[in-house]
Write a new protein. Structure first.
Length: 230
């Protein structure tokens, strides 16, 4: 217990956030909901592999809970070779697998972590912190790029719709102009009026809008008048 407390204080002095439940270090306490929540929000579990921890159901429960997420890291401090010499088929060893282990002399158990071990643990903490920052930055950049791409697509669509709208308006004005000219020239030049009407109908077809019923009736009259003049 002294080792865990001293390690926590040393890590806090280096500006690392760490969680340690001082009241539930004994093996007789079950894993509470609060502890489980703290484990879920942690990115690294650091096991102090002392002889007591090897027999602790509490430590095993923590490892079980934390190891459910493969994206999070488990590291261990091997006190006096306790983890090295443990049964390789034990559940604790199987959960640890290839997790990073740092050797610590047994005599340090009541003195706190050595500078060598503290340095390696700090290095592990910094590595994970950099990975979190890098992952967060990549996620933020990806989100920003997706938003920019979406905005660009929307702007392009709006621009395209404005172009279509402007083209539609231009062609509509052409149709109106041609039909007006045809109406004005039906008496004086039926053939010219018929040609203008035909041009107007072609443009109307491009607009995917049929000529109005009144215009169609007028077209029949104009065409009849135009061809009857021959």
């Amino acid at each position: 217990m002294a080792y865990a407390l001293l390690l926590r204080e040393a890590l806090k002095a280096k500006k690392f956030r760490c969680f340690l439940d001082d009241e539930e270090l004994a093996a007789s306490f079950p894993l509470r909901v609060g502890i489980a929540k703290a484990l879920r929000s942690s990115t690294l579990l650091l096991l102090i592999g002392s002889p007591c921890a090897l027999e602790s159901q509490y430590a095993l429960d923590e490892l079980r809970s934390f190891s459910k997420s493969r994206s999070r890291k488990i590291s261990a401090i091997d006190i006096g070779g306790t983890l090295r010499d443990a049964n390789p088929e034990s559940e604790l060893r199987l959960i640890l697998g290839d997790s990073l282990r740092t050797d610590e002399d047994l005599e340090r158990l009541n003195k706190g972590p050595s500078e060598r071990v503290l340095g390696k643990v700090s290095q592990t903490f910094r590595f994970i912190r950099r990975n979190i920052i890098r992952t967060t930055a990549i996620a933020s950049i990806s989100t920003a790029l997706i938003l920019l791409l979406g905005t660009a697509c929307i702007l392009q669509w709006i621009s395209s719709m404005e172009t279509v709208k402007a083209d539609f308006a231009t062609k509509q004005r052409q149709v109106d102009h041609l039909t007006t000219d045809a109406d004005q020239s039906i008496e004086s030049d039926p053939r010219l009026a018929a040609q203008k009407l035909i041009d107007a109908m072609k443009i109307s077809k491009d607009l995917r809008e049929p000529v109005a019923a009144s215009t169609e009736l007028a077209a029949r009259r104009w065409l009849t008048d135009a061809f009857s003049s021959y």
